[in-house]
Design a binder for this molecule. Structure first.
Ligand code: 5CA
Length: 453
């Protein structure tokens, strides 16, 4: 993508309405624009990140054996009346009437809708287990939408729903999602700690929230200090059996504030850490709560009727964009983990109009594209200082800086955003660097003309 053809409305000043760093940086980097309280348009750069996160979530759900569907955003009130949640959900639910005066609603979650699908089609125990998921916009009329996409009213969620014959089988489905979540967040370079949690309006008696520690987080959490001292999550062998992995995690105390009871806490006071965090995922086992009220049964091996045991599993896809920024930024801007970065690499032409610089930049850009890298080529007329600042603000992990003075000395600068390292490499090396397919790796410095910090 050439910057001259792109839409990147960056802001020079810090927007006043943003109280936390991720909201501030998302607005400054031209990723989102507020439409009304808690409702946003996703601009090109923001949407690219959202799509990359969505893709990782989808790949891991598919690997865990869940099947993708797409349920509607607008649901009929009847199914919610059947489950008994229509009245209890309260003001958070956006209720709508259609032209025939029928009660509809913008879905805050999909337990009813998916149970309705299942009861229509799943008649026999032979069709189980089943796990259906979708990635769809939700609406919750939150009392206090704030912090940008972190607590929106309209937000993108991945929600999966498992159906099993017994509580024991449902636990297997739960564990699969548990481990799949650890993998999903690890791919985004996030440490999300699974914590025992309350179930709220979803219901049920077993639940874990996946929490990223951040001082600005809305969730209070209490956990054993071992979580901070060992990198349990990085150490997981994801190909091992599920059970030992789950045990490894659940045996170390970690609970959300609501679930933590100081009077019956097994951890000594001096070992207990109390912090704040962002909830990026939440999984629930709620047994037959919906299948019972909505009549979702299957015939068992003896022809007897059995109620389905269900769980639901959410990931805040749009919230993750903010959460990743909270976890990875500096005073210059965002530092994207490579897996979710809007672009893999930037080529910065410091002097458009200078033939040598133009030719070199164009060659690098074309070579990058040819080798399947998502390249952003800054061919704009901004000042060199502005260009460099914008690339740091929008967090592009690798940057090749091409200027007339450097080229005279046969030098192109290669910048690594995360470490802050700047290497001076020859144009040939720059072409070689961008020609490699797959992830970029810092070149071996012994081959360089020189290095500087
Ligand atoms: N049906 C269940 C699981 S699929 C459910 O709705 N769970 S939830 O309420 O915990 O939401 C799942 C995830 O959506 C949360 O962990 C959080 O990451 C995200 N989420 C919830 N509310 C919001 C919101 N207002 N703004 C952004 N993300 C949200």
């Amino acid at each position: 993508m050439k910057l001259s053809n792109y839409f990147l409305p960056v802001l020079k000043e810090n927007p006043k309405e943003a109280q936390i760093v991720s909201h501030r940086l998302m607005l400054r980097a031209g990723m989102i624009q507020q439409s009304s309280a808690g409702i946003y348009s996703w601009l090109p750069l923001g949407l690219k990140v959202l799509n990359k996160i969505e893709r990782i979530v989808r790949e891991e759900q598919d690997k865990a054996g869940a099947l993708e569907v797409k349920m509607p955003t607008i649901q009929p009130a009847e199914i919610w009346k059947e489950s008994g949640r229509y009245d209890v959900y309260g003001l958070e639910m956006l209720r709508i009437k259609d032209r025939h005066n029928r009660d509809m609603l913008y879905g805050p979650t999909n337990e009813e809708q998916v149970t309705d699908i299942c009861r229509s089609h799943i008649k026999s125990y032979r069709s189980l287990p089943l796990n259906l998921y979708h990635i769809q916009w939700k609406f919750r009329d939150e009392v206090r939408p704030r912090f940008g996409v972190m607590r929106g009213r309209e937000f993108l969620m991945k929600d999966a729903y498992s159906f099993d014959l017994s509580a024991e089988n449902a636990k297997v489905a739960y564990n699969k999602m548990f481990v799949s979540y650890l993998k999903t967040f690890a791919r985004m370079e996030l440490t999300a700690i699974p914590m025992e949690a309350d179930t709220g309006p979803i219901g049920g008696d077993m639940s874990h929230e996946f929490i990223i520690l951040a001082d600005t987080g809305e969730s209070g959490v209490c956990f054993h200090k071992d979580w901070l001292e060992t990198d349990l999550i990085a150490d997981v062998d994801y190909f091992a059996d599920l059970e030992p992995i789950i045990n490894k995690f659940t045996k170390i105390y970690a609970r959300t504030e609501e679930k933590h009871n100081p009077n019956d806490c097994p951890v000594k006071k001096e070992d207990l850490v109390e912090k704040r965090g962002v909830e990026v995922g939440h999984i629930f086992y709620f047994g037959t709560k919906y299948s019972e009220t909505m009549g979702a049964t299957v015939s068992g091996p003896d022809g007897n009727s059995l109620e389905l045991h269900m769980g639901s599993y959410g990931i805040g896809v749009s919230r993750l964009v903010g959460a990743i920024i909270e976890a990875s930024h500096d005073d210059k801007g965002i530092i994207w983990p490579e897996a979710v970065s809007p672009f893999d690499i930037a080529i910065i032409n410091l002097k458009p109009g200078n033939e040598t610089v133009d030719n070199m930049s164009e060659t690098l850009y074309q070579t990058g594209l040819l080798n399947k890298h998502d390249c952003l080529y800054d061919d704009s007329d901004e000042s060199a200082g502005t260009k460099l600042a914008v690339m740091d603000l929008i967090g592009i992990p690798w940057q090749l800086v091409v200027g007339p003075r450097g080229l005279k000395q046969n030098i192109i600068e290669l910048k690594h955003r995360k470490s802050g390292r700047v290497l001076e490499i020859s144009p040939e090396m720059a072409i070689e660097f961008i020609s490699k397919q797959g992830n970029f790796i810092m070149p071996d410095t012994s081959f360089l003309r020189g290095t500087k910090k």
